[in-house]
Design a protein around this ligand. Structure first.
Ligand SMILES: *Cc1c(COP(=O)(O)O)cnc(C)c1O
Length: 360
C-alpha cells in the first residue's frame, strides 16, 4: 500500500490506521458475517457502535450531560437552515459574525427566517482577520449569536470564544472541531460537517443544549426538528450508518493519540512550522492577520501566480496532493487537519523550499 500526503480541505484525509481497521472488518464485522453497512440501524450491534461513538465524542470534548449529541445528515449547510428554525424560539432577530464565505452562506439562509444583525464583518479587509470581542456589536434581544470559529476557505480562525452573555452562542466548527480542547458549556449549539476533522462526508454532528429544544418555528419539517432527532437517538429515520461507524473509529483513534490536548499540541507545531517557513521565504505569502491564522487551513500564494500550475503539477509528482486553493480565491491551500501527520507538513515545506530555489 502506498499513501500520499493529502492536503484536501474536504473530504479530507483520514488516519491510515482507521482506514486499515475499517478495511479489515469491511465484509465481516466482528464475526457477524455482515458488513456494518448491511446491518439494521436498530440491531444491537449497530446501536452499540452508535452509542460508543457518542460516548467517545462526549469523553473527548467533555460534553456536559445537559447537551444532546445528534448525528444528522444534510451536511453543515443544512444547519444554516435548521438553526434559525429551531433556535429563534419565538424571537425575530439573530446576530451573525461575518468572517468569510461560510458565515456569509449561513447569513443568507438565516435571512429567510428572521432579521439578521451582522454584529461584525471583516469583508472590508477581504476576510483576512477575525473581529475582536470589543468590535462585536451584539444585540441584547438576539435569539442567538452565530459565528464560524474557523473559516476553511480564507484560513481565518478566532483566537478566542466570543462572550455573548446570556444569548446562546452557536458555532460552525466544521473545520476545527476536535483540533483543541474547548469549553462546550460556553456554547448553546456546536455543529460540524464530518468530512474535515471527524470522518467521511454524509454526517453532521450537532451538540445542543437541551433547554434550547422543542420550540421550532411553525412549519418546521419533522426531519429538521432537533427535538425529534434527540428524542429518537438520531434514528427517527435511517441514519448514515457507515459514516457514523467510521466517525466512531476516528474518535477511538483520537483517544489513542492522547485526545484533543495531544492533537492541539501537534496542530500547533505543524502550523507554526508551515507559517514560520512561509514568513521567512520571500517566494511565499499568507495574507491573514497573525493572531487569526488558521491552524487547520493554510492558504498561501506564490510570488509569481504564473507558476501556480507548475507548483501543483510538481507537488503532485512529489506525492503532495490537493494543494490548489479554493476555486473562489485561487493560490494554494494546505489543509492540515488532525489526520495530516507532521511528516506531511515536513515534506510539504521541503518541497516548497526546493521549488522556491529552482523557480524563485
Ligand atoms: C465545509 C464547510 C461547510 C459546508 O459543509 P457541507 O457538509 O458541505 O454542507 C460549512 N461550514 C464550514 C466552516 C465548512 O468548512
Amino acid at each position: 500500500m502506498s499513501r500520499i500526503f493529502n492536503f484536501c480541505a474536504g473530504p479530507a484525509t483520514l488516519p491510515t490506521a482507521v482506514l486499515e481497521r475499517a478495511g479489515g472488518e469491511l465484509a465481516d464485522w466482528h464475526g457477524t458475517g455482515m458488513s456494518i453497512m448491511e446491518m439494521s440501524h436498530r440491531s444491537k450491534e449497530f446501536v452499540g457502535v452508535a452509542e460508543k461513538a457518542e460516548q467517545d465524542l462526549r469523553d473527548l470534548m467533555g460534553i456536559p450531560d445537559n447537551y444532546k449529541v445528534l448525528f444528522m445528515q444534510g451536511g453543515a449547510s443544512s444547519q444554516f437552515t435548521m438553526i434559525p428554525m429551531n433556535l429563534l424560539r419565538g424571537g425575530s432577530k439573530a446576530d451573525y459574525i461575518n468572517t468569510g464565505q461560510w458565515s456569509t452562506k449561513a447569513i443568507k439562509e438565516a435571512k429567510r427566517f428572521c432579521e439578521v444583525n451582522v454584529a461584525a464583518s471583516t469583508e472590508g479587509n477581504n476576510f483576512t482577520s477575525a473581529p475582536s470581542q470589543a468590535e462585536l456589536n451584539l444585540s441584547p434581544d438576539a435569539a442567538y449569536v452565530h459565528y464560524t470559529p474557523n473559516e476553511t476557505i480564507g484560513g481565518v480562525e478566532f483566537d478566542y470564544v466570543p462572550d455573548t452573555g446570556d444569548v446562546p452562542l452557536v458555532a460552525d466548527y466544521s473545520s476545527s472541531i476536535l483540533s483543541e480542547a474547548i469549553d462546550v458549556s460556553k456554547f448553546g449549539l456546536i455543529y460540524a460537517g464530518a468530512q474535515k476533522n471527524i470522518g467521511p462526508a454524509g454526517l453532521c454532528v450537532v451538540i445542543v443544549r437541551e433547554d434550547l429544544l422543542g420550540n421550532t418555528i411553525e412549519g418546521t419539517p419533522t426531519m429538521f426538528d432537533y427535538k425529534v432527532a434527540a428524542d429518537n437517538g438520531s434514528m427517527y429515520n435511517t441514519p448514515p450508518t457507515y459514516s457514523w461507524y467510521l466517525a466512531g473509529l476516528v474518535f477511538e483513534w483520537l483517544k489513542e493519540q492522547g485526545g484533543v490536548e495531544a492533537m492541539a499540541e501537534l496542530n500547533r507545531r505543524k502550523a507554526e512550522k508551515l507559517y514560520g517557513f512561509i514568513d521567512t521565504n520571500d517566494f511565499y505569502a499568507n495574507p491573514v492577520a497573525k493572531n487569526n491564522r488558521s491552524r487547520m487551513n493554510v492558504p498561501f500564494t506564490l510570488a509569481d501566480a504564473g507558476l501556480d500550475k507548475t507548483f501543483l503539477a510538481e507537488s503532485e509528482q512529489a506525492g503532495l496532493m490537493n494543494l490548489a486553493g479554493h476555486r473562489s480565491v485561487g493560490g494554494m491551500r494546505a489543509s492540515i487537519y488532525n489526520a495530516v501527520p507532521e511528516d506531511g507538513v515536513d515534506a510539504l515545506i521541503a518541497f516548497m523550499a526546493d521549488f522556491a530555489k529552482r523557480h524563485g
